[in-house]
Design a protein around this ligand. Structure first.
Ligand code: SF4
Length: 330
């Protein structure tokens, strides 16, 4: 039996692409990529929904977490960024390259993807799709069942593994044809619709841009950017303030050796983690930010603690004013 590997995001388009190919008697193995920039939770939300959908479709699903290799392309994408810090063409090249390796490992003959011509401004126009095929050495081996009739014949069609007449010619951003097809297949609950990538979020991209211009970034830095309120205090110091108890507890475990923790003394309030080049003036501002989120009391006792040597200091400060706070919020 001919096998294909499907890039499976869990969204409607990749679900339909799998269904169309399975209808042709081809065995499909799904490959799902997650990354630190995926908005869905790895273990609950999207993760379990993807497993449920794979089960429903009757396909095995392999999950692959993109980590350091992904950070590299975000720092320096060969084909640039989209509207925010989304390096979509490089991202697709990386995913297809890994999918090609997986295809060879499992003895599959081609790849399928739910891409629809013209649906995404950066990565799903004809030129981008050609670049992706050329860069990955997959020319003719990527079948996009939802738009296949708008592309030249692929190898699986040429070889007669897949009948072209049962493929589709969908293009553009509208979703009606996909909705109709889903209803024909009886698919009515599909997880994680398109748009689950933090790199397309302007606020997150601004924070990330601020971090990558200065230093080598790690997954830990990304996790920190996704947590809490973010303040830039001085040109090279960042303060992340927990918005609730869960985030404050998380921040306690996210520190590096040279980071500084701030928290109110004997009053309920947030924990904050500071990272960067530090001065007394910056420290005072951090105290005032903590005081702002602690209580309505006029003066608050705030503690700072250096993670590398356990040295502590306590200051009694008033809350930072709204205007200054909004200037430092990043
Ligand atoms: S939106 Fe995000 S996940 Fe999707 S192709 Fe672009 S960078 Fe990759």
């Amino acid at each position: 039996m001919i096998k294909a590997v499907a890039l499976f995001s869990g969204g409607l388009d990749s679900t339909l692409a799998i269904k169309v190919i399975m209808e042709q008697g081809i065995e499909v193995i799904a490959l799902n990529f997650t990354s630190p920039f995926c908005r869905c939770d790895k273990n609950t939300g999207c993760g379990s929904a993807i497993s449920a959908m794979s089960k429903k479709l009757g396909v095995k699903c392999q999950r692959h977490y993109l980590a350091d290799e992904y950070l590299e392309i975000i720092k320096n994408p060969k084909y640039g960024y989209g509207r925010n810090l989304n390096p979509c063409i490089d991202c697709r090249i990386l995913k297809f390259s890994l999918a090609k390796k997986f295809m060879e490992e499992v003895g599959a003959s081609f790849l399928i993807s739910g891409e629809v011509l013209g649906q995404r401004p950066m990565s799903q126009h004809r030129r981008a799709l050609n670049i992706i095929e050329a860069e990955t050495g997959l020319k003719g081996l990527i079948l996009r069942p939802l738009s296949a009739k708008l592309f030249p014949l692929t190898i699986p069609e040429n070889k007669g593994w897949v009948k072209r007449e049962s493929l589709l010619a969908i293009s553009g951003r509208g979703r009606k044809p996909q909705m109709q097809l889903a209803s024909d297949y009886g698919i009515n609950d599909y997880p994680c619709p398109a748009g689950g990538c933090l790199l397309t979020d302007p606020e997150f991209s601004r924070r990330l841009k601020d971090v990558i211009k200065e230093k080598v970034i790690t997954i830990k830095d990304i996790e920190l950017l996704k947590t809490g309120r973010y303040f830039k205090v001085g040109s090279s110091f960042r303060l992340t303030v927990g918005r609730n108890e869960k985030e404050s507890n998380r921040l306690l475990n996210m520190g590096n050796k040279n980071d500084i923790l701030f928290e109110p003394v004997s009053l309920p309030g947030p924990t904050a983690l500071g990272r960067g080049i530090f001065s007394d003036e910056i420290k005072d501002k951090c105290y005032q930010i903590i005081a702002r989120y602690t209580s309505l009391e006029e003066k608050v006792e705030v503690r700072s603690k250096f993670l590398f040597d356990d040295h502590q200091e306590v200051a009694i400060v008033g809350a930072m004013g709204e205007e200054e706070l909004s200037q430092l919020r990043f």
